[in-house]
Design a protein. Structure first.
Length: 244
């Protein structure tokens, strides 16, 4: 099967990925205040930055979060972020208005990411499937590209459809996407010139790799890190949709 079009490193094509809960999900091969550089082979021959998303995968640190959630819980009330971008159909998407009153999972990434982005989206797709249709129907998953130059609406839609056709994809100008990241409270993504190909078409993007969990009460309830397991998302989803 074909991989994502463009400059993802070799070996990042569509493949069967054994998700951590035991299901097989088809995917193409998210700490607070930290950037996560997509790993994998660098087409320029160098070594890309390692994923730096809070605790290392498998450390168990996520499971120690308070309040029974499987992620980091804000110490103060944080409202649903407000920003405006464009969806894959070319329509204006006011995030706060469009998702108001709905449980929402929000993630920033890009389609050429060789590791953390596809695995995170695959995990969210699998979690919605395992949680069941009644719960899944109450959860909106939003993916915002940090690479608008390559992630056209058509590219973004095709990539997201590999995981779940119901996932919302958003793009915009670099300034709009930067503003959205600041509104969410994550570091602004940066393309890494050290791994840029000579023609500038192939490069990695360092970006925040946390998943923001927002309740239907329009409050940020939890932030998940890259080591969050599918079973942990599944355990939290009913609680997230019931958060009033």
């Amino acid at each position: 099967m074909a991989g994502t079009d463009g400059g993802c490193p070799r070996g990042a094509g569509l493949r069967a990925w054994p998700a951590r809960h035991g299901l097989v999900v088809l995917v193409a091969v998210i700490g607070i205040g930290a950037l996560a550089g997509c790993g994998g082979a660098d087409p320029a021959g160098g070594v890309p930055p390692a994923v730096a998303d809070g605790p290392a995968r498998g450390s168990g640190a996520v499971a120690t979060a308070g309040g029974g959630w499987h992620g980091a819980v804000p110490g103060v009330a944080v409202p649903r972020p407000s920003f405006v971008l464009t969806d894959t159909a070319g329509h204006r998407y006011d995030f706060a208005r469009a998702t108001a009153g709905r449980a929402t999972l929000l993630f920033f990434g890009y389609t050429h990411c060789p590791d953390v982005c596809p695995t995170t989206m695959a995990d969210l797709a699998a979690a919605r499937q395992v949680a069941g249709p009644a719960t899944a129907a109450k959860v909106t998953v939003v993916f915002i590209t940090t690479d608008p130059a390559r992630d056209t609406p058509a590219v973004l839609r095709r990539w997201l459809d590999q995981f779940d056709a119901g996932f919302v994809g958003l793009t915009g100008t670099p300034a709009q996407i930067d503003a959205a990241q600041r509104a969410v409270g994550v570091p602004v993504a940066l393309a890494d010139p050290a791994v840029r190909a000579g023609d500038g078409s192939t490069y990695l993007v360092s970006h925040a790799s946390q998943v923001l969990g927002i309740g239907p009460d329009n409050r940020v309830r939890v932030r998940y890190f890259a080591d969050t397991k599918v079973a942990e998302y599944v355990a939290d989803l009913p609680r997230l949709v019931a958060a009033f």
